[in-house]
Design a protein around this ligand. Structure first.
Ligand SMILES: N[C@@H](CCC(=O)N[C@@H](CS)C(=O)NCC(=O)O)C(=O)O
Length: 281
């Protein structure tokens, strides 16, 4: 039996629900109430020392980390394959999933907190108990200062860069030789865990009214539309959002209030002069 500990709006849990749905796997599970800090209970931490969702139990094994869980699922349930067979394409796929782990996920936490979750006291409760000190520091700044904190500018700059990277991958040229040869429909050729890893972050930006990021990037917009058109996307992401619209409604309402300022910020940050820095001895 596959048993998933998740949260309906969590981007990482969505990544794993998407892989499960693409494979047509039946699963059971439970919602971990992140603001009530179910993830910090001793019995949960005994299984997942990071105190995060998703977590999957299968066949007596406990698995954590969404991209790792997704590779496990592809190993154990190989049909339909969600990873390329050719080693260099597989390497490319892992560059994308790694990118989400290295900073795209951190950026999502900052953007959502700074735009929306800072208006919810119980989210402060979750931040107060965060186990990862880096994440906690970013989120405290985002909760306290909203879009006027340095992490927010950094996050939006990173997302703007990501849009260029996705656009270049879909064009086939890649943002560099290491990621060239993908597209035209999906990041590394065929639909893969790379597309699955990025999909929830696109949805999060969309929820926060940041869709201007792909308004002038037709290839990215078309890729996002292709993602959304997949039946699994509805089952794994949109249906769960609809199950409790509190959070996505909040993101949209608050996102629309700051969208114009954020768009100006993103445009300003495209100018290298605005990002110039030189150390003072
Ligand atoms: N690298 C992890 C990140 C997991 C993660 O940050 N999950 C968030 C939800 S998207 C969470 O559980 N947050 C609860 C908390 O920070 O207390 C993964 O990919 O699974």
């Amino acid at each position: 039996m596959l048993y998933l500990y998740h949260h309906h709006t969590s981007v990482c849990a969505a990544k794993t629900r998407l892989a499960l749905a693409e494979k047509g796997l039946k699963w059971e599970g439970e919602i971990i109430r992140l603001r009530e800090r179910d993830q910090h209970r001793p019995e949960y931490l005994a299984k997942n020392p990071f105190g995060l969702v998703p977590m999957l139990e299968h066949d007596g094994h406990t698995l954590v980390e969404s991209n790792v869980i997704n590779e496990y699922l592809d190993d154990v349930f190989p049909d339909p394959a969600l990873r390329p067979k050719e080693p260099h394409r597989l390497a490319q796929m892992r560059v994308w999933t790694r990118m989400t782990d290295e900073n795209i996920h951190a950026a999502a936490g900052v953007v959502t907190t700074a735009v929306a979750y800072r208006h919810v006291a119980s989210h402060g409760n979750q931040i107060a108990g965060a186990l990862d000190p880096y994440k906690q520091a970013r989120k405290i700044a985002s909760f306290e200062d909203g879009i006027d904190n340095i992490h927010f500018r950094t996050a939006m700059r990173r997302y703007d860069m990501l849009m260029d990277q996705i656009d270049a991958a879909l064009s086939g040229k890649g943002p560099g030789a290491a990621l060239a040869g993908g597209g035209p429909d999906w990041l590394v050729g065929d639909y893969s865990l790379a597309d699955i890893a990025l999909a929830p972050y696109m949805e999060r930006l969309n929820c926060c009214a940041m869709d201007f990021l792909w308004a002038d990037r037709p290839r990215v917009a078309a890729w996002y539309a292709r993602l959304k058109a997949r039946p699994a996307y509805k089952t794994a992401i949109l249906d769960w959002f609809d199950w409790d619209v509190t959070w996505t409604d909040l993101m949209r309402t608050e996102g629309e209030k700051v969208r114009d300022r954020v768009r100006s910020m993103v445009l300003e940050l495209r100018d290298p002069a605005s990002r110039a820095w030189s150390p003072t001895p």
